[in-house]
Design a protein around this ligand. Structure first.
Ligand SMILES: Nc1nc2c(ncn2[C@@H]2O[C@H](COP(=O)(O)OP(=O)(O)OP(=O)(O)O)[C@@H](O)[C@H]2O)c(=O)[nH]1
Ligand SMILES: [Mg+2]
Length: 188
């Protein structure tokens, strides 16, 4: 992670600034763009349009004494854009692989993304798995415990999220630089 900070003559350290490249991957319509929109603008759109190619958004967040400048690549889930994905995950410090808890096939697709990242992305990449649309629990088809067990076996961070209700939408991106920067893993 690119970082800079300084210490004044009196020994008091100033805020460090880190750039943090984050990529979102996952099947179409699982809610990648909605999670990013919630994280960056605090909004949710029931009629969020499908992403073409990829979208870039930036967001700065203060975590302890560090300002983290997130550079977020929101990729398109449609299969025809799959071959573009390496352009976005190459050099990324972190990836959030998203699935929809009401669609088991999107969990299978998420596992395939994790395999691809573990084979081809930077060996230090931090990967999180997000089971999105947790507000639709009555339509749930992927059990929390199943996804959690897979994440534990595979060495991923895991959480369920809802871009609609904003549940855990900050926790996931904010936890990732903490993991890389070895900052204390406090509630975010
Ligand atoms: N109920 C509910 N709906 C959601 C949630 N997140 C996204 N949606 C809806 O799911 C649909 C797809 O969301 P997008 O954010 O466009 O999904 P995406 O993964 O970016 O899709 P692609 O760009 O096609 O890959 C939209 O109608 C959203 O409003 C959520 O947490 N809960
Ligand atoms: Mg999208």
């Amino acid at each position: 992670m690119a970082s800079r900070g300084s210490t004044r003559a009196n020994g008091v350290s100033q805020t460090k600034i880190c750039q943090f490249k984050l990529v979102l991957l996952g099947d179409m319509a699982v809610g990648k763009s909605s999670l990013v929109l919630r994280f960056v603008k605090g909004q949710f759109d029931e009629f969020q349009e499908t992403t073409i190619g990829a979208a870039f958004l930036a967001q700065s967040v203060c975590l302890d004494d560090t300002t983290v400048k997130f550079e977020i690549w929101d990729t398109a889930g449609q299969e025809r854009y799959h071959s573009l994905a390496p352009m976005y995950y190459r050099g990324a410090q972190a990836a959030i692989v998203v699935f929809d808890i009401t669609k088991p096939e999107t969990f299978d697709r998420a596992k395939a993304w994790v395999k691809e990242l573990q084979r081809q992305a930077s060996p230090n990449i931090v990967i999180a798995l997000a089971g999105n649309k947790s507000d639709l629990s009555e339509k749930r088809m992927v059990e929390f415990e199943e996804a959690q067990a897979y994440a534990e076996d595979t060495g991923l961070l895991f959480m369920e999220t809802s871009a609609k209700t904003a549940m855990n939408q900050r926790k996931c991106p904010n936890q990732m630089p903490k993991t890389q920067l070895m900052l204390p893993a406090t509630e975010v």
